[in-house]
Design a protein around this ligand. Structure first.
Ligand code: TMP
Length: 214
């Protein structure tokens, strides 16, 4: 039967600081994959449409919204846990997921505020582990030249700088991370990402790689 020969979709995460082009690149990737007859969908964290997402959105946009660092950290994680069934279902159906931010953003932003890295990592244990993380690496000069920061919490250069350092640490220590030079043109960044993703999809099919968990 058809399902036994169809391989699962890839779990692909795109990480990077604000203004690196994550949103437009993830949208374009899904479009290009679909054009090549590779079923793909976009997902983004935080997902502001769920109950935890409403609180997260309020916290980010309203500085009078007082939640302890621990409470908001756990809400961001809960927001991912809410999606686990959906993630597994899509992957099992052969749909590749292109995810805008994931656990790494969760750990990086909270650690950038001064929280303990180990503590921040614990509630991610058991979540599906991305097959591939594409890190859009942009130099600060180029970041400055792109449309400005909004007014949400964390949109300050101090936080962004610390987050960048933490991402570079992940890129060095994690075997599933790939760094893409996001200072290149939109189209070049797109084709570099597409190449990595297609390579990953082929690997999963060739070796029948099971989904892993943190
Ligand atoms: P967004 O701009 O991609 O919607 O993300 C909103 C903010 O939330 C952004 O500053 C990064 C931050 N964030 C966390 O602090 N923890 C998380 O787990 C995630 C996914 C995002």
């Amino acid at each position: 039967d058809k399902t036994s020969i169809m391989s699962r979709g890839a779990l692909v995460v795109v990480e990077g600081v604000d203004r690196c082009g994550k949103t437009s690149q993830t949208l374009k990737l899904v479009e290009s994959l679909n054009k090549r007859n590779i079923p793909a969908e976009r997902m983004a964290f935080p997902d502001r449409t769920t109950w935890t997402g409403h609180v997260i959105s309020k916290y980010l946009s309203d500085k009078d919204c007082k939640l302890s660092d621990e409470a908001i950290h756990l809400l961001f994680t809960a927001n991912r846990w809410e999606k686990v069934e959906k993630i597994k279902e899509s992957l099992n159906k052969g749909v590749t997921l292109v995810v805008d931010r994931y656990s790494y953003s969760g750990i990086a932003f909270s650690t950038a505020k001064g929280m303990n890295f180990h503590w921040c990592s614990q509630p991610e244990i058991g979540l599906p582990k991305p097959d591939l993380v594409v890190f859009l690496n942009i130099n600060p000069e180029n970041q400055k030249n792109r449309p400005g920061f909004g007014t949400e919490r964390y949109e300050t250069s101090t936080i962004q700088k610390k987050v960048t350092e933490i991402f570079h640490g992940f890129a060095k220590s994690e075997d599933n991370w790939q760094v893409i030079d996001a200072n290149q043109s939109f189209d070049k960044v797109h084709s570099d990402m597409l190449y990595k993703i297609e390579e990953q999809i082929k690997n999963i099919a060739n070796y029948n790689t099971p989904l892993q968990y943190f």
